[in-house]
Design a protein around this ligand. Structure first.
Ligand code: ADP
Ligand code: ZN
Length: 211
């Protein structure tokens, strides 16, 4: 399988997608590819959604604390607005936060000769395909699925397990709120008794009584 740009001649654009659950190394793989492009003296621009300000506003940061400068954008169309048209390679982290508008944007970029590398969650906290990643996979020249390690049993994990109760599709956070789980250990939805100790009402009540 061809996973790099090797073999392409001339200035042809294309789309690479890196997908998988949280903690599977998507951001690290994205940054590895972008660094290689920089070493090859390509012009690189990196974008991430402005809502993901967990660790840094102007950097993408992996769970292993690998960092790279990036531009925060509020929507997929803002990627086009902020694009320097001399840029050769465009990296997009947390692509699943951009919604379906991202599909047309990355297609346009690839059609106009850009190399686009998009990383994002392919399933949500209930295990359902997470738009717009399924569409990006269908449109891409190259796709990579990364797996994490299941925090219950150590097997390869394709699921993002939400550990706190919420019906919102997007709850931004990392360790403590989510963990990686394999197919067998994944529980779609969180039964109340599964709440972490700090999130239990009785625990909060005790803490309040003590202070
Ligand atoms: P993603 O972008 O897919 O969320 P990152 O690139 O941010 O992943 O982080 C990957 C890093 O997270 C790994 O290199 C490792 O240091 C760390 N990590 C923490 N928990 C896990 C886990 N359950 N499985 C694999 N790696 C993990
Ligand atoms: Zn497991």
């Amino acid at each position: 399988m061809m996973k790099s740009m090797d073999g392409f001649t001339g200035r042809i654009g294309w789309l690479e997608v890196i997908c998988g659950p949280m903690f599977s190394g998507k951001s690290e793989e994205l940054m590895r590819r972008l660094r290689r492009a920089m070493i090859a003296r390509k012009r690189v621009q990196v974008f991430k959604p402005a809502m993901d300000d967990r660790y840094s506003e102007d950097e993408i940061v992996s769970h292993g604390d690998v960092r790279m400068k990036s531009e925060a954008v509020k929507s997929a169309s803002e990627i086009l607005a902020k694009l320097d048209w001399r840029t050769d390679v465009i990296g997009i982290d947390e692509s699943n936060f951009f919604g379906t508008d991202l599909i047309e944007v990355v297609n346009r970029l690839a059609d106009s000769g850009k190399q686009v590398i998009a990383a994002g969650l392919d399933t949500d906290y209930l295990g359902r395909p997470f738009a717009p990643i399924p569409d990006l996979l269908a449109l891409a020249e190259s796709i990579t699925k990364t797996l994490a390690i299941c925090m219950r049993c150590g097997n390869p994990a394709k699921h993002t397990q939400r550990l706190v109760e919420s019906d919102d599709l997007i709850v931004v956070g990392a360790a403590g709120l989510y963990e990686a789980r394999c197919r067998r250990c994944f529980e779609a939805g969180v039964p109340k008794q599964e709440l972490l100790e700090f999130a239990r009402p009785s625990y909060r009540f005790q803490q309040a009584a003590q202070s």
